[in-house]
Design a protein around this ligand. Structure first.
Ligand SMILES: *Cc1c(COP(=O)(O)O)cnc(C)c1O
Length: 375
C-alpha cells in the first residue's frame, strides 16, 4: 500500500483482480452442487452473458485466451507450414498460438498513436512480399502460404478495423481479432471483436475481468462455433456411454467453477470500465505538467476499457531509470513486452521494417491500472 492524496491505494502491482460481487456465492454453488468441471450451468450462463455483450454472437468459453486464439486459427483454416501475419508488439501468446498450429509468425509494424497494426505500412508490406498464385496468397521470399492476419487491440484500445480491413481486403486474408485485452471496449458504437468472423478474449488473472484463468472465442457463424466447441472438448462425439472422437481435439473447455467466477465478474464489468476511465483522467491530470510524458488515450471513435494505462516518454529519455525508480518505490509499473522478433524462438521469423515497435519498446511504461488503485 502506498499513501497518496487519494488515501491508501494499491499501486504495488500492474493489474490486480477485484472481487466485490457474487464471486463467493457462485463458486460456493459449484462446490455444493459438485459441478466444478467442464459441464455445468455457469458455463452456459457465462456464454449467454457474453453473447448479450457481443451482439448475440456465439461464444465458446475456453480455459485460456491462448486456447481461444489457437482454436480461432484452426477454425480460420491455418495449417502447418503456413505463415500468419501479426504485430511484433503484443503479448507472446499471440505468436505462440500461431506456432501451436505448426505455422510461422510473420511480424508487421504498429501505428504510434493507436498501437495497433498500421494500415498503411501493412498495405505496403503486403504489396511487397505477397504474390497471389492462383487464389493463394504466398510470401514470395519463403513460398509459404499466408493464411491469416491477427489484429491485436492493444491495452484495450480498439484498432481501426475499417482501415485495416481496407488495407488487407484486397488480399482476401481472413482476419482474427485478438481482443484479449479489450473486454468492455467499444469502437464505432460496437463491441471490440465483432468486426471479423472470429475474435479471442482472455479472462486471465490480470485482465479487466477474470475467471482465474480462461478465455472465449467470439464467433459469427454458428457452424464454426460448433466446430470450435467440438475441438475444445477433445472432439468427442455425443453418445450416452461410448467414447468416440473424430478429430485430434483439445482439453480447452472452461471449467464450471471458473465460469462461476466469470458470471460474477461480468456483472461488474461496466463498473470496472467506468472506474478505469476515472483512473486514466487522474493519471493524465497528475502528469500534465511533464512535457516528456504523454498518456495514450482512446481512439476518437471508440470507448476504451483502459485495461492498461500507458505513459509514452518522449525520445531520448532512459525508461530503465524511471522503471528502476518506480520499482524502488514499490510501484508496479512495467515496460512493453519485449518485441516478439527479439525473442530467441521468433528471431528468424519473416518481418517488415519495425521502426514504431522498436521506438515504443524504448518509450512506453504501463502504470498500475487495476480498479483497486482507486482504493
Ligand atoms: C492475455 C493475452 C493473451 C493470452 O491470454 P491467456 O488467457 O493468458 O492465455 C493473448 N493475447 C493478448 C494480447 C493478451 O494480452
Amino acid at each position: 500500500m502506498v499513501r497518496s492524496e487519494f488515501g491508501s491505494v494499491n499501486l504495488g502491482s500492474l493489474h490486480e483482480p477485484v472481487f466485490r460481487g457474487n464471486e463467493l456465492d457462485y463458486t460456493r454453488q459449484c462446490v455444493e452442487s459438485g459441478f466444478v468441471s467442464s459441464v455445468g450451468e455457469f458455463v452456459n450462463r457465462f456464454e449467454d452473458d457474453l453473447s448479450k455483450r457481443y451482439e448475440g454472437r456465439c461464444i465458446v468459453a475456453t480455459n485460456s485466451g491462448t486456447a481461444a486464439l489457437h482454436l480461432s486459427l484452426l477454425a480460420a483454416g491455418v495449417v502447418p507450414g503456413d505463415e500468419v501475419i501479426l504485430p511484433a508488439a503484443t503479448f507472446v501468446a499471440t505468436a505462440n498460438a500461431v506456432r501451436m498450429c505448426g505455422a510461422e509468425p510473420h511480424f508487421v509494424d504498429i501505428n504510434l498513436s493507436t498501437l495497433a497494426v498500421d494500415p498503411e505500412s501493412l498495405r505496403k508490406h503486403l504489396a511487397q512480399v505477397c504474390v497471389d498464385s492462383s487464389g493463394t496468397l504466398t510470401n514470395r521470399n519463403t513460398r509459404r502460404r499466408i493464411s491469416a492476419l491477427i489484429i491485436v487491440h492493444l491495452f484495450g484500445h480498439g484498432a481501426p478495423m475499417k482501415e485495416i480491413l481496407e488495407a488487407a481486403g484486397g488480399f482476401g486474408l481472413p482476419i482474427i481479432e485478438d481482443a484479449a485485452e479489450a473486454v468492455g471496449s467499444n469502437s464505432g458504437g460496437r463491441p471490440v471483436g465483432v468486426s471479423s468472423p472470429l475474435a479471442a478474449l482472455s479472462f486471465n488473472g490480470n485482465k479487466i475481468i477474470t475467471t482465474g484463468g480462461g478465455g472465449a472465442v467470439v464467433v459469427e457463424e454458428p457452424e464454426t462455433a460448433s466446430l470450435i466447441k467440438h475441438l475444445s472438448t477433445t472432439a468427442k462425439l455425443p453418445h450416452q456411454w461410448e467414447y468416440v472422437h473424430d478429430l485430434v481435439g483439445y482439453n480447452y473447455r472452461l471449467p464450471n467453477i471458473n465460469a462461476a467466477l466469470g458470471c460474477a465478474q461480468v456483472e461488474q464489468l461496466d463498473h470496472f470500465v467506468k472506474q478505469k476511465r476515472t483512473l486514466i483522467d487522474r493519471y493524465e491530470k497528475a502528469l500534465r505538467e511533464l512535457d516528456e510524458v504523454q498518456m495514450i488515450r482512446e481512439p476518437a471513435d471508440g470507448e476504451s476499457n483502459y485495461w492498461l494505462q500507458t505513459m509514452m516518454i518522449s525520445e531520448g529519455h532512459e525508461i530503465s531509470k524511471i522503471l528502476e525508480a518506480l520499482y524502488e518505490s514499490g510501484i508496479g509499473a512495467r515496460p512493453l513486452w519485449k518485441p516478439l522478433h527479439q525473442l530467441p524462438m521468433y528471431s528468424a521469423c519473416q518481418r517488415s521494417e519495425l521502426p514504431n515497435v522498436e521506438s515504443v519498446a524504448k518509450r512506453l511504461i504501463n502504470l498500475p491500472s487495476g480498479v483497486g488503485v482507486l482504493g
